[in-house]
Design a protein around this ligand. Structure first.
Ligand SMILES: [Fe+2]
Length: 269
């Protein structure tokens, strides 16, 4: 279940200070005490309002734009090895819809109105603005089958607003949510605690109908699938061997399905 923290902390810290504090946490990874202390450390970092400006100033101008944007609305602030593994800090921007002819594109950029689970575990804190609204729920990831439109039970539903200073913690695979546009331009900081399962599928859901849809678009799985799709244009024994090997190794269903579909399509030479 998505956990909500509203840490009451004093003072602020830098990225270095945050990682020192994080590394000094003495509780079992992801335990309730661990999460409370991590949320406090994140809140102290969040109080530092020159973080993003400093990140751009570090490299200066265009170079920092090119090198720091991980996606259209997300920048990496830092990635560092800690006693709990490699932990990254990201910064995400959330804009209200402009209601222009690019509205569909905007929804895609922010994944607004697209319920999904995550193949990583993270905390997020409202850094600036009123923040996005999100409807959250819990599923049993082990109940997921390879069939789209599968009915799935979604429990513990509620609506949360990621207002400034609030921390949310999402568990991998079981916590699902749908985000709605923020009322004003907003920024959140994400602390990615565990990305060891990034090769496993994330799924989309229709929370109103309580069904699982297909895998999440624009993720690591889709990149693998499009590589498989391209592979069928090279209709050669070597390509077939590569696909056969991939089918045996692929840890998830959607890529095996893509290989089977690809294998059945013959592209004219
Ligand atoms: Fe999400």
């Amino acid at each position: 279940m998505v956990k909500v923290f509203d840490p009451q902390v004093t003072g602020k810290t830098s990225i270095d200070g945050f990682y020192e504090e994080f590394d000094a946490i003495e509780h079992p990874f992801k335990s309730p005490q661990f999460l409370t202390e991590a949320a406090d450390a994140l809140a102290r970092l969040n109080a530092n309002k020159s973080l993003i400006h400093d990140k751009f100033a570090e490299q200066g101008g265009w170079a920092s734009v090119k090198s720091t944007f991980q996606s259209t609305q997300s920048i990496i602030l830092e990635r560092r090895q800690t006693r709990y593994g490699r932990i990254s800090l990201r910064c995400n921007f959330w804009f209200p819809l402009q209601h222009s002819k690019f509205e569909d594109l905007e929804r895609n950029i922010y994944a607004y109105e697209m319920a999904h689970n995550h193949n990583f575990e993270f905390m997020t804190i409202g850094h600036h603005g009123t923040g996005y609204y999100t409807d959250v729920g819990v599923i049993d990831p082990n109940a997921i089958t390879s069939y789209d439109e599968q009915a799935i039970e979604i429990s513990n539903r509620r609506r949360i607003q990621l207002c400034e200073g609030r921390v949310l913690y999402f568990k991998m695979f079981s916590d699902i949510h749908v985000q709605h546009p923020s009322d004003e331009p907003s920024i959140s900081l994400n602390l990615v605690l565990d990305s060891s399962e990034w090769e496993r599928e994330q799924f989309e859901f229709d929370m109103d109908r309580g069904v699982k849809l297909g895998y999440v678009r624009q993720g690591s799985v889709e990149r693998a699938i499009s590589a498989v799709d391209f592979c069928r244009f090279f209709d050669s024994p070597a390509a077939s061997q590569v696909l056969d090997k991939l089918r045996d190794q692929a840890p998830f269903t959607s890529i095996r399905n893509a290989i089977d579909v690809g294998a059945s399509i013959k592209v004219a030479a």
